[in-house]
Structures are given as C-alpha cells and as structure tokens.
Design a protein around this ligand. Sequence first.
Ligand code: ADE
Ligand code: ZN
Length: 338
Amino acid sequence: MNQTTFIQQLPKVELHLHIEGTLEPEMMFELAQRNQIALPFNTPEAVRAAYQFSNLQSFLDTYYQGARVLIHEQDFYDLTWAYLLRCQADNVIHTEIFFDPQTHTERGIAFDTVLNGIDRALRDGREQLGISSHLIMCFLRHLDEDSAFDTLRMVLPHKDKIVAVGLDSSELGHPPEKFERVFQEAIGHGFLTVAHAGEEGPVENIHNSLELLSISRIDHGVRCVDDSALVEKLAQRRVPLTVCPLSNTKLKVFDHMDRHNIVELLRRNVCVTINSDDPAYFGGYMTDNFQAVANSHALTPQELAQFTLNAIEASFIDDAHKQRLTRQVQDFMHQALA
Ligand code: ADE
Ligand code: ZN
C-alpha cells in the first residue's frame, strides 16, 4: 500500500474543528439564496479566490461574514451533515466539534436553533454513518466576560448535549485570564474545558490556560516550543495539543509546512494530534492535513498512526470506547503492513 492510500484509509479522530469553518462556498451560495442574503461575490470560485489571509484576524473577519448565511435550524443541520459526509470519506471515526453560539446569537439567531440543528445532524451521523461525536461550545474571546456568562447560562438546559467549553477567536489582546471566572463556573456545572492558546499568542497563554482555565487539551499550542521546560512538562503529563497544520500555514503561523514543528513535538513525545480547524477556508479536511504534513516531513506508518492513537487518548470518550477505536487502528495497521 503506498503512503497516499495508507493516509486515506487510516482511521482518524478529529478534535479541533469549527463547524462554521466547514461552510464551503457552494453551500454559502445555496444558503444565501435560500435565506435571501446578499453576498459580496458572484460565484463560489470568487469567494475561494478571496481566501488569502495574512494572519488570524484577517481570516476571522472573512469567517464571521460567511456565517451570516446560517439562519434556520435546517441550515445548521445541513452544514453539519455535509461535514459528517466528509468525515466518512476521510475515514474519520470519531469527531469532537466546536461551535460558536455568539457568532449567531449576536445576529439575533436563537441559541436553540443553532444547537438543535447541529445536534440532530450529529445524532444522525452516529446512527446512519457510525461516526461518534461530541460537541464543544466555544466563547468568543474578543467579546466580554458578561457575554460569555450569558452564553454559559443558555447552555445549562442542554448540558447533556455539550461535553466541554472552549475559547476561540482573536488570541492577541484577549488572554485566557479574561475568562477565568466563566471557566471556573463552567467547571462547577460539570463541563470539561479546552482553549485555543499559543496559536499566534505567546507561550504565557498556554501556561495560563492550563493553570487558570484547567484545560484538558490545548488547541494549537504550537508556540510551546518557545519554552523547553513546558515541552518537557506537556510530554511527561501527556497534555494533548490539537494541531492544525494547513490552518497554521494559511494563517502564517509557519511560513511553510517544512518549518512546522508538529513532527518535532511528536518525536519529543508530546501528545500531538492532526486536525483541520476550518477546512473550507484552509484548503483541506483531515486526509489533506495528514498528507500535507507527510509531503513535507518523512514519516513512518507507525508515526502517522500515532497521530490517531494520540487523538484517541486525548478524546473525551470513555475507556471502553477508546479501546474499541484503538483496536480499529491496530487492525488497520496489521492489514496495511501485511
Ligand atoms: N475560530 C475559528 N478558527 C479559529 C482559529 N484558528 N483560531 C482562533 N479562533 C478560531
Ligand atoms: Zn481553531
């Protein structure tokens, strides 16, 4: 089996995926028409051509604009279902996805409209596609603490549908300490926590997210290499990093994939995983991200599979489920390397 086929067929687990970031230009046009929303572009190709980003903020400005076409519960269902079909095509067997309620509630869309559409698609994905999933609600860090508290209150009647809370959007100028009290309250309600940290922001954001927000995983976290004692600690404690290779090159966190540090971190025994972040904007889903790393770094089949084993370890599923998924990877390896 050649490496391209191996990567395509390898069972995968995704832990860092913003559902709003799976809005392909074609669906953007379809929903814009359905919901009578004007777009500043004439064709999906023109939208795609405009996706040239210089940093995180330049992307976020475009991304929040795109989300305006999502209005009805069915829109959120269709968006999530289309992503799950991509998972099926990429052999993603489990996924833990983010959504940003404030992107929608700030525009007057009801929290329940968003959540119910996504949740119904995830349930259909489990039943019809056999893809297990969890949902993580993120707070937008460029908004204030009060808005995050309001959002936390909205989710309380739906605790059974959400496994964790997270923190995303503009990292520079909005450090984790701004949300310490919200996160502590969320923990009190039984939620696990994660946060974007050390994507564009300094390594202090990783330290503070671990200490003040009690996070179980670091989203991105690639700036950890600025502090070698931290890298040692992450490796020893197996604190997971949900790394997004194509996102990082698109947003100029690294100039080129051959400068990306994910393979160095893997070999330093950090629990790094490969994820797609906002695949409709960054040029690829899970298989594309694995392939992009493998194109720029020499990796053995065992190392490629280790990304999935790390993701299983880092996931929020129970031990029996972890064992089942691990067995699936082992069976695949036996067959692929036979
Ligand atoms: N929201 C969607 N994608 C993001 C990213 N890469 N960083 C921060 N916030 C985001
Ligand atoms: Zn992200």
